[in-house]
Design a protein around this ligand. Structure first.
Ligand code: MG
Length: 369
């Protein structure tokens, strides 16, 4: 099988419940700039990144795919995924301009598309190609805890997720200008959901280290399962100091672009729940390396879902460090084989591929290219 054509797309889809915000971002749409890799077999592999649906920066990613990586891929055998990843990663002109951000996001979309092709070529879902055994993965839901929602909406939505939809874990956003009000949201959520539900909080990097020590230490009163991105994303030593100071475990990884970044945090004992993302790292290939690293340190891997879980469900089924996966529903209506959640568990996908193929309708109606 040979690669014959590289075609890019930029999907912008509305977030399910209107305009949503955390402490650092406010968005109305989710972006999926990505690539379709065509082959002489007729099979097509799809991969994409996850963005805030900002067309100028989405175009940086698709331009990088088309003009920097694309010519290197034509004529190659797409099933040699790891070899191609290494070749693309080490292309000196691209490496020179960055081992993170745009070139890495572009490489991630390509890598997912190659894994999608390889799984389709062997007529099996990716989790099986990766050596996994069919198992349902527990989901936690982030789509009820937005920071711009008043307390009554936060509580009614969290209760609906738990009592009606069967979730046993939810994440709520903190990091407003008023940390005392933030703590009251956590207390009210715990009271509304009872003691059996897992509650996680996400600061999205907003607190200073002193704030994180002061207010983060009070989260244990509400049995919070983890505090996510409590302080600035790259501050390894700050996270290490915080991890040694407060009882609540730390989670992070959605702003880390490479296995090297993860190694720094893990080696420094600065993270407890490791959150790699195939759409932020350079795809499944590098995600797997991070998961192996975490597993060697006996740390749980709970991915961030820039892909909205479509590819991650395959990775989680296959990797022993995973038993919990975030769920946000924004891409569900726009995928050919959307993930399914029942009673708070991701169902096992059975279609061949990585789950990364958008629907025909998405590629025509929602495509900004
Ligand atoms: Mg987060």
């Amino acid at each position: 099988m040979k690669i014959t054509k590289i075609e890019t797309f930029i999907l912008h889809v509305p977030v399910t419940r209107g305009d949503i915000a955390d402490s650092s971002h406010r968005i109305t749409h989710w972006g999926a700039p990505g690539v379709a890799i065509h082959t002489d077999s007729g099979l097509v592999g799809y991969g994409y990144s996850g963005t805030h649906a900002h067309l100028p920066t989405d175009r940086l990613i698709t331009d990088c795919i088309e003009t920097s990586y694309g010519p290197l891929l034509l004529g190659q055998d797409p099933t040699e995924v790891r070899g191609l990843w290494q070749m693309l990663y080490e292309t000196s002109e691209i490496l020179w301009v960055g081992r993170a951000s745009i070139p890495h996001l572009a490489l991630g979309a390509i890598d997912v598309a190659l894994w999608d092709l390889k799984a389709k070529a062997t007529d099996q879902p990716l989790w099986k190609l990766l050596g996994g055994s069919a198992q349902k993965i527990k989901a936690y839901n982030t789509d009820a805890g937005w920071l711009n929602w008043p307390l009554d909406r936060l509580l009614s939505d969290c209760k609906r997720l738990v009592e009606t939809e069967g979730y046993q874990a939810v994440k709520i956003k903190l990091g407003s200008d008023n940390p005392i009000a933030d703590l009251k949201r956590v207390e009210a959520t715990r009271q509304a959901l009872g003691s059996d539900v897992r509650i996680m909080v996400d600061i999205n990097g907003r607190w200073t280290l002193p704030q994180a020590i002061q207010y983060g230490s009070r989260l244990a009163d509400f049995d919070v399962a983890w505090i996510e991105e409590p302080i600035r994303f790259d501050d390894v030593q700050g996270h290490r100091r915080l991890a040694n100071t407060i009882q609540t475990p730390l989670a992070l990884g959605e702003q880390l672009y490479s296995k090297d970044h993860f190694r720094e945090f893990i080696h420094a004992d600065a993270v407890h729940y490791v959150q790699p993302d195939v759409a932020r790292l350079a795809g499944v290939t590098e995600w797997w390396q991070v998961a192996e690293l975490a597993y060697c340190y006996c740390l749980p891997v709970v991915p961030h879902v820039g892909d909205m879980g479509q590819v991650h469900i395959h990775c989680c089924i296959a990797h022993p460090a995973c038993d919990l996966l975030e769920f946000i529903p924004w891409l569900v209506p726009w995928m050919k084989y959307p993930v399914k959640i029942e009673d708070g568990y991701y169902q096992v996908p059975d279609a061949p591929g990585a789950g990364s193929e958008p629907s025909e309708e998405a590629l025509t109606r929602m495509n900004k290219i």
